[in-house]
Design a protein around this ligand. Structure first.
Ligand SMILES: Cc1cc2nc3c(=O)[nH]c(=O)nc-3n(C[C@H](O)[C@H](O)[C@H](O)COP(=O)(O)OP(=O)(O)OC[C@H]3O[C@@H](n4cnc5c(N)ncnc54)[C@H](O)[C@@H]3O)c2cc1C
Ligand code: SF4
Ligand code: SF4
Length: 1004
């Protein structure tokens, strides 16, 4: 950090109680959002209170430094980026301040979906429903005047805001509410309103009222009442009963008039009933015309999808294949909401009948029969939008010109014009529209990091916008003007843009609040994201904010895994910054670490951002081995949830592996992490003196010493080590030689837990396989998978184990064995990490032949080869699918198998991540965080009626037993018990025989 930067950090730390980031890595995390732009801020402040925001703004105002409010950073037009101070309200200012009847007072950082979940418990909701409600903040929604598919019913957040506390450009704090102008401000518009003014609120209202009066004609011409929405300040309806509605003016102001630090919002009752249908058409225009005919029936939503969108949906989810025939050129999702089901059903039927009767290009109509169907249809609007952003190809649909609104009757005509322009410009685009109110998201295919692409996009946008203006439309309606559209808006509507500039001057005469958004700034537009090669500077890319020109740097990020640099670049580039991984929704699990510590650096996207900064040369390559990069990488504990939950499927765990490896290779590691990453060797040693080791594990004083030496938390319940090794048992049974059985054969890959702690698990698995006629081979040369080494970044150590295991496993695969493991994390290590560790074709072959025990047994069942002569096991158990088990979406084989056992009653409520992640939850450093993450699961175990837990993951089992006396059991053991294969008392339920902590089968 240079001295100037250090001084800024010191100054800001002195005046705010929140966090200040001034280092290169921290600032880099805030240099991008969901848009194509990139600009590193001077500093980032994460305020804890309004006072922190006010102090920061005051400090910056004195120095003429710009300020950029930020929520989740999902803006698609660069709304919250900037070269000054970014104020991230999402970290600490995320509270519901109070609920009063049908009003709620919130801080700006609260996530909309969370607020709605809280309101839902009172059968109320906010209403406006952006597709990314699971991550977007209320501050961002206000900044953007966000709305969603149900705009027709609920409008945008502008219709909900009643008052707002804001920090103005000089650092003063004011509560905005609809206000009568006190007097025409003495100051002429342009000089701002003085903070010392006794009735500042009234004077601000007067400043705005004066503009509304003076520029009434322009406003009425460009913002006719009744039209859905448009970009920039919305002025046409601001004055009601002589009062100026200042809170509403702030909706859509993109942080250019002040920073919202609290808001009071009106809530509405939840829609009690809804009915959903999907209509398919042979052309886009036919779908748009159908939307117009349906509108008089009062739909709550009416979304239109083009052929490419439908094709992507079919690719993303095979079940859409059955729903949407490839001949469909367009689709229309319609929803009717009402107080009575009969009412919305009747209107949906009318709409469907209208289509069936008139046809006019309608090739199919589908009705959602139940809530499950409806949710499935809605995925077309909700999830496919994020999937679009993750298309892996050089040319892919990008956000830039996508935010267009036209009067709905003009939509069919405009769609025709749009397609003509696309043809003329030789461009391809994806089209998605909230057709009911004429909002269009047009995403052209482009490679924004390539030379010349920006100019091409700008020229395409200009050509399209001419037609927007010609049909009476506007731009920046839903997603904002931001950096993408502010200049274009000013060119299209210069008179209105001049009015916006006057409004801006009332609040921010010095132009410090988010300059360049809504009102064009003096500085040139920032650059698109930098090319990731780092070696060549694309045309139009170059120096930012006085940074060293990229061409002069030669970043040398040489992948330490087997990735070629190109593949590393492609994977990093696949993260589009959509922010989906900030989700706190219970419907996804990513990212457990972010959920526990909701800071930007803990997001999966932060890892891609850091890698991108290294690959582009924005970060000095030497930083790769530095502690700041390692600190970001360490916020990932390798659970792999993001690999399946991120719509773009970015392989964040592999990027993290790369980052940790760079650090590990250059730094000596501390003893405790070193020992924990070698937990297998430690357990092997302990096994040799198992009576002593197990005494120590149970003795508080000895645990204190163990904690000091190894870093393993003394509060963590640990499984005893086993003195009798499983391999000895296997050898006695002749299993350590290749199986002589004909037919299907399995090489059982043991990994640490079954080998060192719970030989009974291995015995149970072998007996279940043998019961089903499967030949078993347990090659004694196999070693631990090496997952803890991968998680630590010790790739040399992990590679040694991988190589040794691969020799054994590939030989078995050649002989026709499947590799099956009772530990899901070991499966992930073999299938995902080994191919990245070893440049060896065998690694891919072995990966393809490897699976976990439940997957293998479920496959047997599907082939009709699993014996079903189970005895009843009368018990109620909580089943927990560990993160590594759930990498393949929709696959829950262990749960399915347990459902085959008579008498067993399963509670499959998803309580989220257990917080263990292999060795993470063992360490003293992370013990408490691990408990916080796993609290939901532990509480689930504590529930009355639950007798035991079941999960295949050994680490999750430890957590499940941590706060309870109930046992957590591997599903394979339950199957063995149901087959009557385990010794012990008659299977009259689940007794403590199965405790993972006791680790052995003993008669009670
Ligand atoms: C996959 C995806 C789907 C989307 N779907 C929709 C959609 O359906 N509807 C929709 O409207 N938008 C949508 N968006 C665009 C965008 O995410 C939303 O507009 C969102 O509301 C922005 O919220 P945020 O918390 O991410 O804010 P940010 O992106 O951080 O900020 C957005 C704007 O608000 C300003 N701002 C943030 N906090 C404050 C504050 N405290 N005070 C004043 N100004 C502030 C910022 O300066 C910026 O100009 C989508 C984006 C993505 C990536
Ligand atoms: S990691 Fe995935 S979900 Fe997160 S920002 Fe990147 S693309 Fe979006
Ligand atoms: S692997 Fe898990 S911890 Fe790591 S970034 Fe992904 S979801 Fe978060």
């Amino acid at each position: 950090m240079d001295p100037e930067q250090a001084r800024i950090e010191e100054d800001l730390r002195g005046i705010v109680a929140g966090e200040v980031l001034c280092d290169d890595v921290g600032r880099g995390l805030y240099a991008t959002d969901g848009s194509l732009f990139e600009q590193r801020p001077l500093a980032v402040v994460r305020p804890r209170s309004t006072d922190d925001v006010a102090a920061t703004v005051g400090w910056a105002a004195e120095r003429g430094i710009s300020l950029h409010a930020r929520g989740a950073g999902t803006s698609l037009c660069g709304g919250g980026l900037g070269g000054g101070i970014v104020i991230d309200c999402s970290r600490f200012m995320r509270r519901v301040v109070g609920v009063d009847g049908d009003r709620v007072r919130v801080q700006p950082g609260i996530v909309a979906g969370r607020l709605d979940a809280m309101l839902g418990r009172r059968r109320r909701m906010l209403g406006p429903d952006p597709a990314n409600a699971a991550v977007t903040t209320i501050g961002g929604m206000i900044g953007r005047d966000a709305s969603g598919s149900r705009f027709l019913r609920h409008g945008s957040i502008r219709g909900r805001i009643e008052s707002a506390e804001v920090v103005l450009a000089d650092g003063s704090v004011i509560e905005l509410r609809p206000t009568e102008p006190v007097a025409r401000p003495a100051a002429v518009p342009g000089s701002g309103i003085s903070a010392a003014s006794p009735d500042r609120l009234g004077e601000l209202a007067a400043g705005v009222a004066a503009i509304l009066d003076r520029r009434h004609d322009v406003i009425a011409r460009y913002q006719p009442g009744g039209r859905a929405t448009h970009g920039g300040y919305r002025l046409h309806d601001l004055q009601v009963d002589g009062r100026v509605d200042l809170p509403r003016l702030f909706c859509g102001a993109e942080g250019t008039l002040g920073i919202v630090t609290a808001a009071t919002l009106a809530t509405v009752p939840q829609d009690p009933a809804s009915a959903v249908g999907l209509l398919l058409f042979d052309s886009l225009e036919a779908a748009a015309e159908a939307a117009l005919r349906i509108l008089p029936l009062g739909p709550s939503a009416c979304d239109l999808f083009d052929r490419r969108h439908l094709a992507l949906a079919r690719e993303a989810r095979p079940s859409f294949d059955l729903l949407i025939p490839p001949v469909a050129e367009a689709g229309l999702l319609i929803e009717f909401a009402a107080a009575e089901p009969a009412d919305c059903n009747a209107r949906l039927e009318q709409a469907l009948a209208l289509m069936r009767r008139g046809r006019r290009g309608c090739i199919d109509v589908r009705r959602a029969d139940d809530a499950h169907d409806a949710a499935f249809f809605w995925e077309l609007s909700r999830n496919v939008v994020s999937t679009i952003h993750g298309v892996r190809a050089e040319m892919r649909p990008v956000p830039f010109l996508e935010d267009i609104v036209v009067p709905p009757p003009a939509l069919p005509d405009f769609l025709g014009r749009l397609q003509t322009v696309l043809r003329q410009e030789d461009a391809t685009a994806m089209i998605f529209s909230h057709a009911g109110h004429g909002e269009l998201h047009v995403r052209p295919h482009a490679n924004p990091r390539a030379a010349g692409e920006r100019a091409r996009l700008e020229s395409l946008a200009a050509a399209v916008y001419e037609h927007v203006a010609a049909v009476g439309g506007s731009i920046g309606a839903e997603l904002g003007l931001g950096w993408s559209r502010t200049s274009a808006f000013a060119r299209l509507f210069p008179d209105l843009a001049a009015v916006f500039a006057e409004v801006k001057r009332v609040f921010d005469p010095a132009g410090l609040l988010n300059p360049g958004r809504v009102v064009p700034g003096e500085d040139p537009l920032p650059l698109f994201r930098r090319p990731l090669s780092g070696r060549a500077v694309a045309e139009g890319q170059g120096v930012v904010d006085g940074d060293e020109p990229l061409a002069e740097r030669e970043p040398e990020i040489v992948p330490l895994t087997t990735w070629s640099r190109e593949r590393l670049v492609v994977e990093t580039d696949a993260c589009n910054g959509c922010g989906g991984c900030r989700s706190l929704a219970p419907t996804t699990r990513m990212c457990p670490r972010y959920r526990e510590n909701p800071a930007e650096e803990a997001t999966p996207r932060a890892k891609a951002d850091v890698m991108a900064a290294l690959l582009s040369g924005e970060l000095d390559p030497k930083a790769a081995s530095g502690d700041a990069v390692r600190a970001v990488a360490d916020t990932c504990f390798n659970c792999h949830r993001c690999r399946s939950d991120c719509a773009a499927g970015v392989d964040i765990p592999a990027l993290v592996m790369e980052l940790k490896a760079a650090h590990y290779a250059a730094n000596s590691t501390r003893l405790a992490p070193w020992l924990i990453s070698r937990i297998d060797a430690v357990a092997a040693l302990a096994g040799r003196v198992s009576p002593l080791a197990n005494w120590a594990l149970a003795n508080p004083q000895a645990r204190w010493v163990i904690e000091k030496v190894t870093g393993i938390a003394r509060g963590r319940k640990l499984p005893p080590v086993s003195g009798t090794t499983f391999l000895r048992w296997a050898a006695r049974r002749g299993l350590t030689r290749p199986s002589r059985r004909s037919g299907p054969r399995v090489l059982y890959f043991l990994d640490t837990y079954a080998r060192r702690h719970d030989p009974l698990l291995g015995q149970a698995f072998v007996s279940v396989l043998e019961r089903n006629g499967i030949g078993v081979f347990i090659d004694p040369r196999q070693q631990a998978s090496g997952m803890p080494l991968v998680s630590e970044g010790d790739l040399d150590g992990a590679r040694r184990l991988a190589r040794a295991n691969l020799r054994v496993l590939s030989e078995a695969v050649r002989l026709g064995y499947r590799i099956v493991c009772t530990e899901p994390a070991a499966v992930t290590c073999i299938t995902h990490h080994y191919p990245l560790l070893l440049d060896d074709e065998e690694a891919a072959r072995v990966a393809a032949a490897t699976c976990d025990a439940a997957t293998y047994l479920w496959e047997l069942h599907r082939e009709g080869r699993l014996r079903l002569d189970f005895r009843p096991v009368p018990a109620r158990i909580l089943y927990h699918g560990g993160c590594h088990e759930r990498i393949d979406p929709g696959m829950m084989p262990a749960e399915n198998l347990l459902r085959l056992v008579p008498g067993l009653s399963l509670d499959t409520t998803d309580h989220g991540c257990s917080g263990m992640a292999g060795t993470f939850g063992l360490s003293r450093e992370h013990y408490r965080a691990s408990l916080r993450m796993g609290l939901g699961l532990v509480n689930g175990m504590r529930s009355a009626g639950i007798e035991a837990g079941a999960t295949a993951c050994s680490a999750c089992r430890l957590q499940m037993e941590q706060g309870t006396t109930k046992p957590a059991i591997h599903p394979v053991k339950i199957l063995a018990r149901a087959y009557g294969l385990l010794e012990g008392p008659p299977p009259s339920g689940l007794d403590n025989l199965f405790s993972a902590v006791s680790g052995r089968l003993t008669a009670s």
